[in-house]
Design a protein around this ligand. Structure first.
Ligand code: HEC
Ligand code: HEC
Length: 367
């Protein structure tokens, strides 16, 4: 055999096997004709709020947030194209689903209530009711493969995104990728996290306007404010709420047992919550303190949606909750009469933020 021809054959063989190694999904179509001009996203954070910690490897850009918004609202992330993140996190419901517990694509119900994503970018002590995940990027990986959520697989979702008529362009604009085959879960979850960090309070709630000196509380709201933050002259009217739901986020992001479950011992909690994550029995039955901003839109309440109304919640706190060795020290029977309870609720409703719920930029891009 001719030596040159032989070498050619070997080279050809190498080329073919290279091609095989790339796998079927590795689309090498280039995207470099689409301009990549990243423009940073200017977060508007209300006065008095803390600074948001943004990971250095995922700076927010206009195109990144827009891509994340598409992914958040797109059922392409689910096995049968029936659900997206937004199925359980609806903007008009303060990014919850108003159900006691959520169900995924197969109709299987979970055991916990969906959580609001309002101000989720400030949650720096862990995500989920038990804080088992630390970053929004890590969190966003999970629902896609969770059997009681979107129940797809990431390799499959990556293929669907690569084959889409518009995602390759959006990924190029957001991350400057050069080939369609570079679209992967890491970039997808980065974009979703960017969108989630943009979900910040408007700063226009009545409470915020009062604090800024632009509005005044009614007498009833002022009463409730004093009860909530323990500043009423009458110590009997201190409700202790502000210890855990403190301003400006109306959560400390800490974990507590607020006494909703009756148990014989600390091992008996049906849902161990924080204890499952920390491995410490003293954390059993403790859950993350949720924000109270826009809270009426998040009903029903608590990690399992057990309370339908804010009145039920207030009744719970007035009762002092069920005793347990780890019941938070500030949870104790309160001496609030009907008027005091109505005032407390009126104050909590000053945390309504319709501008957040109606913000076009937070709504579905597919309409
Ligand atoms: C089937 C309903 C469902 C779907 C779909 C879903 N979620 Fe959730 N989400 C929940 C529930 C329920 C929780 C609380 C779970 C827990 O504590 O174990 C939660 C919690 C979260 C949290 C934690 C919030 C906090 O304050 O700690 C984030 C962030 C989140 N979801 C984002 C997403 C994203 C992004 C998607 C899409 C990729 C998504 N979710 C899809 C139901 C859902
Ligand atoms: C010791 C800390 C603590 C104090 C004090 C406290 N809470 Fe809570 N609150 C929590 C925790 C923790 C949860 C979540 C518990 C769960 O889901 O199991 C919660 C949940 C809630 C919820 C439901 C939120 C949701 O998204 O489902 C409301 C409403 C609420 N608290 C209002 C109040 C009011 C009003 C007061 C004062 C009367 C108060 N809290 C006092 C820790 C506290």
């Amino acid at each position: 055999m001719n030596v040159k021809f032989f070498i050619l054959l070997i080279l050809l063989g190498l080329l073919v096997s290279c091609g095989d190694d790339m796998g079927e999904g590795e689309n090498q179509d280039t995207l470099t004709d689409i301009p990549y001009l990243p423009e940073s996203y200017q977060l508007i954070i209300p006065q008095g709020f803390p600074q948001m910690v943004i990971p250095a490897d995922n700076p927010m850009t206009m195109a990144g947030v827009e891509l994340g918004r598409h992914l958040f609202y797109d059922a392409i992330l689910s096995i049968d194209s029936t659900q997206s993140c937004s199925s359980c996190h609806l903007v008009q419901s303060n990014f919850t689903d108003n159900l006691k517990v959520s169900s995924g694509v197969d109709g299987i119900a979970g055991t916990r209530s969906s959580m609001s994503l309002l101000n989720v970018g400030f949650a720096n002590t862990g995500l989920f009711w038990d804080g088992r995940v630390m970053t929004l990027e890590e969190q966003a990986v999970l629902p896609v493969e969770d059997p009681i959520e979107l129940h797809d697989s990431w390799p499959n979702v990556e293929q669907k995104l690569q084959r889409s008529s518009f995602y390759p362009k959006l990924f190029r604009q957001a991350f400057g990728i050069e080939q369609i085959g570079e679209i992967d879960r890491e970039l997808a979850v980065k974009a979703i996290a960017q969108f989630e960090r943009s979900l910040v309070s408007s700063g226009n709630s009545k409470y915020d306007r009062v604090i800024a000196g632009q509005a005044v509380f009614t007498d009833q709201e002022l009463d409730g404010f004093e009860i909530f933050f323990d500043i009423n002259e009458n110590q009997a009217l201190h409700a202790e709420c502000g210890h855990c739901h403190n301003a400006p986020l109306f959560t400390t992001n800490e974990y507590f047992n607020n006494g909703i479950d009756q148990v014989g011992s600390l091992s008996d909690f049906a849902d161990k919550g924080r204890g499952e994550v920390s491995g410490m029995i003293f954390d059993n039955g403790a859950f993350k303190v949720p924000t109270l901003r826009n809270i009426e839109s998040s009903a029903p309440f608590m990690h399992d949606g057990r309370f339908a109304t804010l009145d039920d919640v207030i009744d719970h706190y007035v009762s002092g909750g069920h005793p347990a060795d780890n019941l938070a020290a500030v949870i104790r029977p309160l001496s609030l009469d009907e008027d005091n309870r109505a005032a407390l609720k009126a104050f909590i409703l000053t945390l309504r933020d319709p501008d957040f719920l109606e913000n076009e930029a937070f709504s579905s891009p597919f309409k």
